[in-house]
Design a protein around this ligand. Structure first.
Ligand code: UD1
Ligand code: UDP
Length: 432
């Protein structure tokens, strides 16, 4: 066995809340006589177990430390910590959690609390039957640094207690980045679901989160071939796997159920293809009051009834700026549960959105999409003619939405075959 690096920086908190610095711990090689481990820290003794170190201080405090980069042997039961916190992550985690369970892995779900309103969080656990989080960190909202920093601290504490073999993170939110940093600093194997996506727009907070997370991941689980190429361009080739898109897995599982069970069209009094559906939440569209007002007015000028489930960020920005303008055709509604959202997407004439997930779902359901952004990570949807980029230009929005048509060719199968999560569950058991 090679000499292993062990978490060495900072303090490790013992059972009585006592903290001691740990430096230069070394594990003996397997061929050394008694396989003893030792620490240069005079006050501590160290014993090794399968994947962790137990450090015992003279004061009778003990703490476990997770070993750095110990390879996972194929076929073993693996303990995974799935870290989620924002709406799309609950949806992405659903197929993965199900597959991890089917593969017999142990799983612990950590919810950072980045999203916390019932309609942004609980509704997905209830409707989709996602296992309840084992750890709810209650971080809530904040500026990027404040929110991400508090998440890193709380996630690190949780990982030290749980000692997983692998941490799974999803997408590109502050929750993703915080969990990636916490896992990477503890030397725990990190797997990124939706790795390799790039907008090449460094003003987006999500772009920082993606790039940084990818660069510290051991397993990069890419939804598309484009994502694999993006990583290659940044010199990342090791641990990269094309698995397909987990949101496609979720749509295959819930699309038909949504059609059968959701009563949302009737309750809103709309007919199939008799309305447009809009979502907006990107900082780029919400944070400048003029841009947001212009965007809402443009949606109103399309002419269709426009159903607009309001993300709390967007509602807060509209309220802060004196409320929405007087609207004729736009109906502002509460954020929807997943089934109602899928039902409205499937029957919309056109979808207008700045959401990554909603662009993909429009494509899966073969509904034309108008993307309220200057670029997209999901370039395949644009190349195939199912998605048009219009940024926040009013005339372009109105024209694209009025002209929206289904292209003659069906959407190409670029997001996998609906088995992305099964591949992920297999890959986490293999050495990266
Ligand atoms: C976050 C992600 C974004 C993702 C989106 C999914 C980051 C940087 N952004 O954006 O990538 O596309 O989630 O929806 O991580 N709020 C509530 N209740 C809630 C949650 C949020 O009122 O349950 C309000 C708060 O005023 C908060 C604001 O929304 O300050 C923004 O929330 P935050 O999680 O910081 O970012 P999102 O815009 O939701
Ligand atoms: N979604 C939902 N209810 C809504 C709006 C969106 O269930 O009112 C779902 C949508 O179907 C998709 C996901 O949330 O699966 C997309 O999340 P969001 O737009 O918040 O984030 P993004 O994908 O842009 O990161």
């Amino acid at each position: 066995m090679p000499q292993l690096d062990v978490l060495a920086a900072g303090c490790v908190h013992g059972a009585k809340g006592h903290a001691s610095p740990v430096h230069h711990i070394r594990i003996a090689r397997a061929d050394e006589p008694d396989n003893r481990s030792h620490a240069r820290n005079a006050n501590a003794t160290v014993a090794r177990s399968a994947r962790s170190l137990v450090v015992r201080w003279r004061s009778d405090c003990a703490a476990s430390i997770v070993l750095r980069r110990e390879p996972i042997r194929a076929g073993l039961q693996v303990k995974i910590a799935s870290v989620v916190g924002a709406r799309p992550q609950f949806i992405k985690a659903w197929p993965v959690s199900r597959q991890l369970r089917q593969h017999g892995h142990l799983q612990t779900i950590v919810h950072t609390g980045q999203h916390y309103d019932h309609q942004m969080s609980d509704v997905f656990f209830d409707e989709m039957g996602i296992d309840r989080p084992d750890h709810f960190l209650e971080i809530g909202s904040g500026s990027h640094g404040d929110q991400t920093g508090r998440m890193i601290i709380a996630i690190e504490q949780t990982l030290l207690r749980e000692r997983p073999d692998c941490v799974l993170v999803y997408g590109d939110t502050n929750t993703t980045l915080a969990a990636a940093i916490a896992a990477c600093k503890l030397g725990i194997r990190l797997a990124h679901v939706e790795a390799g996506l790039r907008s090449y727009n460094r003003t987006m907070p999500e772009e920082h989160n993606r790039v940084l997370t990818d660069h510290c991941s051991d397993l990069l689980l890419c939804p598309t071939q484009t994502a694999v190429h993006n990583l290659e361009r940044e010199g990342i080739v090791r641990g990269v796997h094309l698995v397909g898109d987990v949101m496609y897995d979720a749509v295959l599982a819930f699309g038909a159920r949504a059609r059968e069970q959701s009563r949302i069209l009737a309750s809103l009094g709309v007919a199939p293809r008799g309305y447009a559906l809009a979502t907006v939440h990107r900082a780029y569209n919400t944070d400048d009051p003029d841009v947001l007002q212009r965007l809402v007015r443009a949606l109103d000028a399309v002419g269709d009834t426009v159903l607009f489930p309001l993300h709390p960020r967007t509602r807060a920005r509209l309220n802060a700026n004196g409320g929405s303008p007087t609207l004729q055709h736009v109906r502002l509604i509460e954020p929807l549960g997943y089934l109602d959202m899928l039902a409205l997407e499937q029957h919309a004439r056109v979808i207008l959105t700045d959401s990554g997930g909603v662009q993909k779902e429009a494509f899966f359901f073969e509904v034309p999409c108008v993307t309220l952004r200057p670029e997209t990570e999901w370039v395949e949807t644009v190349a195939s003619g199912w998605n048009v980029l219009v940024a926040s230009d009013s005339d372009a929005i109105v024209a694209a939405a009025r002209d929206a048509k289904r292209p003659p060719e069906k959407p190409p199968r670029v997001f996998g075959d609906g088995n992305a999560a099964a591949r992920i569950a297999e890959l986490v058991t293999k050495a990266g």
